[in-house]
Design a binder for this molecule. Structure first.
Ligand code: MSP
Length: 533
């Protein structure tokens, strides 16, 4: 069965399903923030979006962690999984589905999928020997290991020798089909550097991989041999499919795949590249299911140059960061300061400097000083200017006119930093424009028309900046919009997509003089560096 084409206008995206071996850290939050930004930008464009996130709860790593804490795996998973959901709330992530791989409905989906692959003749029993990293839940090649048989990703963990009977998936059978996929769909893996990495890996020849574990209780039983449990990755990737089910729907593949499949975008970190770009498409090929359209791979957040992670124990607590600085600040920093696709280091003074410079000074002051001048020089009304009367060569209109498209392209390319930088150029140009035009002098000279024109152009530029940044800083953007007299809350995404769609609000010249402006109030309070910094 090759399922129907993607229903037009729908956009489905996923974050990885996070392991619940520990509370979430900023690394997990990073992918989820990016996913939320993509979802919000797609909604502004009028698409019907399904954002999937969730938790990956089976496997040895979780079983051992729960045991070490004297807990049953299920109650441990319940607690940690809830912690992820509440972090997403704090971070203002509006996901549509939260899938837990311990959900009952997931069992039915995995069983049906397994059956299809089994009937295809792609699963067989054999002996598995090799080095296993429990933190990665992955076998490693001897040559990949660091000294002392340590994992290259979890550098403080030793891999374990395994010699056991496992069921294998015939990955090798799909080598040519995978190569054809990468060739015919060059955008399937992004960025380019990751694509090359996968091409090299696949070109070296693929080996079948084991998809069952023996003597591991915490997992789904293998339908054809219940002494085995299904390998956690085989189970987890299918979580993306289970998540597509409507709440009351019967859990069948056909139901799950009917509306939102294929997935438009999987967002992942670089450590889980092979699973998503080699194993996963091969599994889907075997089950005769259409493939996802794009996998985008981001880098690692590092602290002092080392991957931040639960297994290494050098994480940054996102809850504290949000409580201290607010969700928008955290979202802005990570998306503006780190090129999505590359590694990036976190440093608190840099964090504070960026927020002060961009949000408090450039954007915040611009709005505040302009609204105060409007109050003083235009009796608090939007200046009586029509967009049509402002020439295209106007220093702000000329930037603003193309900005929407530029930023939209940046969001589509997941170049969040470029989106922010392009918007900031307009904001900075606006500040410069006010300083040069000096409306306070024009006012004294009685040039009221000129004052109105300057203030209109600046207010409109702030509005556009707020709109275009709304997927990243929805609270601040809503605050700006409200001060400009729009009854729009960017967190009400459905309403926003109706009353402020990209097609009208994403261009320059929207502000109308019918608008009733609100009271100026600071949108982002400057953060003071403590004396010790
Ligand atoms: N459970 C698997 C994913 C299964 S998807 C069907 C898993 N979970 S994880 O919790 O270990 O990692 C989830 C995601 O977080 C991965 O994309 C990983 O790259 C990302 N990050 C974990 N630490 C990270 C950083 N320090 N920096 C950025 N992202 C990192 O893998």
């Amino acid at each position: 069965m090759n399922l129907v084409d993607k229903i037009e206008n729908t956009f489905t995206l996923t974050t990885p399903l996070y392991y619940v071996n520990d509370v979430p850290h900023i690394g997990s939050a990073y992918t989820t923030m990016a996913a939320d930004v993509v979802a919000r930008s797609q909604r502004l464009l009028g698409h019907s979006v399904l954002l999937i996130t969730g938790t990956d709860e089976h496997g040895q790593k979780i079983q051992r962690t729960a045991e070490s804490k004297g807990r049953s795996p299920q109650s441990f998973c319940d607690e940690i999984s809830a912690g992820f959901a509440s972090l997403w709330e704090l971070l203002n992530i509006q996901y549509d589905r939260f899938i837990r791989t311990t959900d009952d409905r997931h069992k039915a989906i995995v069983k049906e999928f397994f059956q299809r692959v089994w009937e295809r003749g792609d699963i067989y029993l054999s002996q598995q020997q090799g080095w296993y990293c429990v933190s990665c839940e992955e076998f490693k090649e001897e040559r990949e290991l660091l000294e002392g048989h340590r994992c290259p990703i979890h550098t403080n963990k030793e891999v374990e020798w395994r010699d056991e009977q496992n069921y294998f998936f015939r990955l090798s059978k799909y080598q040519t089909q995978l190569q054809t996929l990468y060739k015919s769909q060059p955008d399937f893996i992004q960025p380019e550097s990751r694509r090359n990495e996968v091409l090299n890996f696949v070109n070296q020849g693929l080996q079948d991989f084991s998809i069952s574990r023996i003597n591991l209780e915490w997992g789904l039983p293998l339908p054809v041999d219940p002494q085995h449990t299904i390998y956690v990755w085989f189970d987890a990737l299918l979580g993306y499919v289970t998540a597509l089910l409507e709440p009351e729907q019967e859990p069948t593949l056909e139901n799950a795949l009917a509306k939102w499949w294929p997935i438009n975008l999987h967002l992942i970190g670089k450590d889980i590249l092979r699973f998503h770009t080699v194993y996963w498409p091969a599994m889907l090929m075997s089950a005769d299911i259409k493939l996802p359209l794009r996998v985008f791979v981001h880098g690692f957040l590092t602290k002092d140059g080392q991957k931040m992670g639960k297994s290494l124990g050098n994480t940054l607590n996102p809850v504290e960061l949000i409580k201290c600085y607010g969700a928008d600040a955290v979202r802005y920093y990570f998306l503006k300061e780190i090129e999505f696709g590359k590694d990036g280091d976190f440093n608190e003074s840099r964090f504070i400097n960026v927020l002060n410079a961009d949000l408090a000074n450039d954007l915040g002051n611009l709005l505040n000083r302009t609204l105060s001048m409007v109050k003083k020089y235009c009796a608090g009304n939007v200046p009586q200017i029509k967009n049509e009367d402002i020439p295209f060569e106007h220093p702000l209109k000329s930037i603003g006119f193309h900005l929407g498209e530029q930023v939209r392209n940046a969001y589509e390319a997941l170049a969040f930093n470029q989106a922010c930088e392009a918007v900031l150029l307009l904001v900075q140009a606006s500040n410069k424009f006010i300083d040069e035009q000096a409306p306070w002098t024009l006012y004294k000279q009685g040039q009221h028309q000129a004052v109105e024109q300057v203030l209109y152009a600046v207010l409109e530029s702030v509005r556009l900046a707020a709109y275009l940044l709304s997927p990243i800083i929805p609270n601040i953007s809503s605050d700006i919009y409200q001060q400009l007299g729009f009854g729009i809350d960017f967190n009400d995404q459905i309403q926003t997509s109706i009353s402020a769609p990209f097609a009208t609000h994403g261009t320059w010249g929207v502000l109308s003089n019918q608008q009733k402006l609100g009271e100026p109030r600071p949108i982002f309070k400057r953060i003071e560096l403590s004396k010790n910094d």
